[in-house]
Write a protein that binds this ligand. Structure first.
Ligand code: TYD
Length: 135
């Protein structure tokens, strides 16, 4: 798995005079079934989130409101991605270290996840993560 496997996905956008509607179908627009949804909000200015990788979990990260940055890192390369559209989702495959920062005031980050919360799925130590990549 590398950051080249993480893609910005253009989600469907239905526009009419009443506004926009976007939808996500597990297994169609994203390559996994959705088992969990969580969201980050009321993030204080200057705060950083993430700082971990997942063994098995796949995720789609969407800026529902406002904007923030995600730095993807596969142990070789790093890429900073700015999310600011609610019809774009960043697909993050397993075994990618991610950090999130630059949250705008009032921003909301929604994450669609392939599995329920499981702390044993996390690498929270960067050195442990690098060791696991080499193993
Ligand atoms: P964490 O994944 O570290 O948040 P972030 O990646 O946004 O910085 O989770 C923060 C805390 O919330 C941690 O104690 C685990 C808990 N948590 C749950 O209980 N369920 C969940 O679905 C998530 C994502 C986190």
């Amino acid at each position: 798995m590398s950051i080249a496997d993480c893609k910005l996905i253009d989600l469907p956008k239905i526009t009419d005079h009443r506004g926009n509607l976007t939808f996500v179908e597990g297994g169609n627009h994203i390559p996994f079934s959705i088992e969990r949804v969580y969201y980050l909000y009321d993030v204080p200015g200057g705060a950083e989130r993430g700082g971990h990788a997942h063994r098995q979990l796949s995720q789609l990260i969407i800026a529902m409101s406002g904007s923030f940055d995600i730095v993807l890192d596969d142990g070789r390369d790093k890429k900073r991605i700015h999310l600011n559209r609610s019809y774009n989702g960043l697909y993050v495959c397993p075994m990618i270290w991610r950090e999130m920062d630059n949250f705008s005031s009032g921003s909301v980050c929604m994450v669609l996840a392939s599995n329920r919360y499981d702390e044993s799925d996390y690498y929270r130590d960067y050195q442990d993560y690098l060791k696991a990549l080499k193993a």
